[in-house]
Design a protein around this ligand. Structure first.
Ligand SMILES: Cc1cc2nc3c(=O)[nH]c(=O)nc-3n(C[C@H](O)[C@H](O)[C@H](O)COP(=O)(O)OP(=O)(O)OC[C@H]3O[C@@H](n4cnc5c(N)ncnc54)[C@H](O)[C@@H]3O)c2cc1C
Length: 363
C-alpha cells in the first residue's frame, strides 16, 4: 500500500469508491481487508501521517497479549501484519488528512471532503475514527499563531523550514528529541532544547543520543516552561523567555521554534454530523454497525452499543459484520453465503492464495 500525502490536483477529481473508511487504526485497516473479501472498492484516510492509530501512536513497542493466537505482538508489529494482510486489495490510502466534511448526494451516495480539498463520493462509509483524529497539542503563547509556518511549527522539522541561526525545540518526548537530531542534521550549528523537566519521557537510545550531542556542544539544554515569545518591531520571533525550575525568568535569542508536546485526539467534525453522538461515541445497530444515517457505519472505539468493549478484538468482529452488511446493502440481490478462506476458491483467488499449496500446508 503506497500512501498518498500530497495535495490533490485543483480542482480535485472526486475519488469514487464503494466504501470510504475514515481512520486507519487497527480496526480501520481490518475493515479494509474485510471489504476487500467482499470485492468492494475501498479507500482509507487518516489524519495521522502514518498507519495504525493508537497502536502506532501510543504504544508501538509495547506487547499486546490478548490478540487471538498471538502470545505477544507489539503495536507496531500488529499494524505491519494488518497492512500485509490487506495488500492484495491495493486500496487507495491518504495519510495526514482529516475528513472534515460529509454531505448526502441526491443519488444516495455520500460526499466527503478532507482538509486538503480532496473529495470522495462513496456508496457507503465506515467511521473507524477511534477516539478521534490525533492533532498536535499546541503551545499557547501570545502571538504564536501569527508565526505558525514561518518561524514556529507544531510538527517535525523539514528541509525548507527557515530555522535560522538559533533554532529551538520545545518538548521532551521521542518526537521532540528526534526534532533536535533533525535540526542538527539540517545543519543547525547549535540547537536549543527547552523542556520542563531534566528527565525526558523518551526512549533510552534517544536520550543517549541527546546526551552525546550536548557533550559535543551541538545542543544546549534548558529546563523550564516557556513564558513568552519575544518579537521585533516587524513581528518576527527573536527570542524566548521561560520560567526556570529555580524560579528565575531567563530569556535568550531564538530564530525558530519547533514544538512537540504530544498529540491530542479530538472527534472534531464528526461531532457535527447528526450521528446522535453520546459520550463521544456513535450509536450503532450491533447487527450491521450502521449508524442512524443510512449507509454510514461505525466500528472500533468510536462506536457504541450495549456491552461495547473498546478492545481490538471487538473492533475486528464489528468490521467483519459491517463489511457483510455493506455488501448486502450494495448488492441486495446477491445470495448471502458465508465463505471460509480455508475452502473458498473465490476468496483464495482474490487473496492471491494458491489453493493447492493452501491445502497442502494445512496440518
Ligand atoms: C496504552 C494503550 C494500550 C492498549 N492496549 C490494548 C490491548 O492490550 N488490547 C486491546 O485489545 N486494546 C488495547 N488498547 C485499545 C486499542 O488500542 C483500541 O481499542 C484500538 O486502537 C481501537 O482501534 P480503532 O481503529 O477503532 O481506533 P484508533 O486506533 O483510535 O484509530 C482511529 C484513527 O482514526 C483517525 N481519525 C479519526 N478521525 C478522523 C478523521 N475525521 N479523518 C481522518 N482520520 C481520522 C485517527 O487519526 C486514528 O488514527 C490499548 C490502548 C491504549 C491507549
Amino acid at each position: 500500500m503506497t500512501p498518498e500525502t500530497s495535495a490533490p490536483s485543483s480542482p480535485p477529481t472526486p475519488g469514487e469508491v464503494d466504501c470510504l473508511v475514515v481512520g486507519a487504526g487497527p480496526v480501520g485497516l481490518y475493515q479494509v481487508f474485510q471489504l476487500g473479501l467482499q470485492e468492494l472498492s475501498c479507500a482509507v484516510v487518516d489524519a495521522l501521517p502514518f498507519l495504525g492509530g493508537q497502536c502506532a501512536e501510543l504504544y508501538p513497542d509495547k506487547p499486546i497479549h490478548d490478540l487471538p493466537g498471538l502470545l505477544a505482538c507489539s503495536g507496531a508489529e500488529l499494524v505491519g501484519r494488518l497492512v500485509r494482510q490487506l495488500e492484495p486489495f491495493k486500496p487507495r490510502c491518504v495519510l495526514g488528512q482529516e475528513i472534515v466534511a460529509l454531505a448526502a448526494e441526491p443519488d444516495g451516495r455520500w460526499r466527503l471532503g478532507d482538509a486538503a480539498g480532496r473529495v470522495w463520493l462513496a456508496r457507503s462509509v465506515v467511521l473507524a475514527a477511534g477516539v478521534g483524529a490525533f492533532a498536535p497539542r499546541r503551545l499557547k503563547l501570545a502571538g504564536i499563531e501569527a508565526l505558525e509556518g514561518r518561524q514556529v511549527w507544531h510538527r517535525e522539522p523539514r528541509a525548507g523550514d527557515s530555522i535560522g541561526a538559533v533554532p529551538w525545540v520545545h518538548g521532551g518526548d521521542d518526537r521532540a528529541l528526534d526534532a533536535v537530531t533533525a535540526l542538527v542534521d539540517l545543519g543547525a550549528p547549535v540547537v536549543h532544547l527547552l523542556y520542563r523537566r531534566e528527565v525526558y519521557p523518551a526512549s533510552a537510545a534517544r536520550v543517549a543520543r541527546l546526551e552525546g550531542l550536548i557533550a559535543e556542544g551541538r545542543v544546549v539544554r534548558h529546563v523550564g516552561q516557556p513564558e513568552s515569545l519575544l518579537l521585533d518591531d516587524a513581528g518576527r520571533l527573536v527570542g524566548i523567555a521561560w520560567m526556570a525550575a529555580d524560579g528565575s525568568a531567563p530569556a535568550a535569542p531564538a530564530s525558530s521554534l519547533h514544538v512537540s508536546l504530544g498529540l491530542n485526539p479530538r472527534l472534531g467534525p464528526l461531532a457535527d454530523w447528526d450521528l446522535g453522538l453520546a459520550r463521544k461515541q456513535v450509536p450503532v445497530d450491533p447487527a450491521t454497525f450502521e449508524t442512524r444515517l443510512p449507509g454510514i457505519h461505525a466500528v472500533g472505539d468510536v462506536c457504541s452499543y450495549p456491552g461495547k468493549l473498546k478492545l481490538i478484538v471487538s473492533g475486528f468482529h464489528e468490521a467483519t459484520l459491517a463489511a457483510h452488511a455493506i455488501a448486502h446493502r450494495l448488492r441486495p440481490d446477491a445470495p448471502r453465503i458465508l465463505e471460509y478462506t480455508t475452502s473458498s476458491a473465490r476468496l483464495q483467488r482474490i487473496l492471491g492464495v494458491d489453493a493447492t499449496h493452501a491445502a497442502r500446508d494445512t496440518p
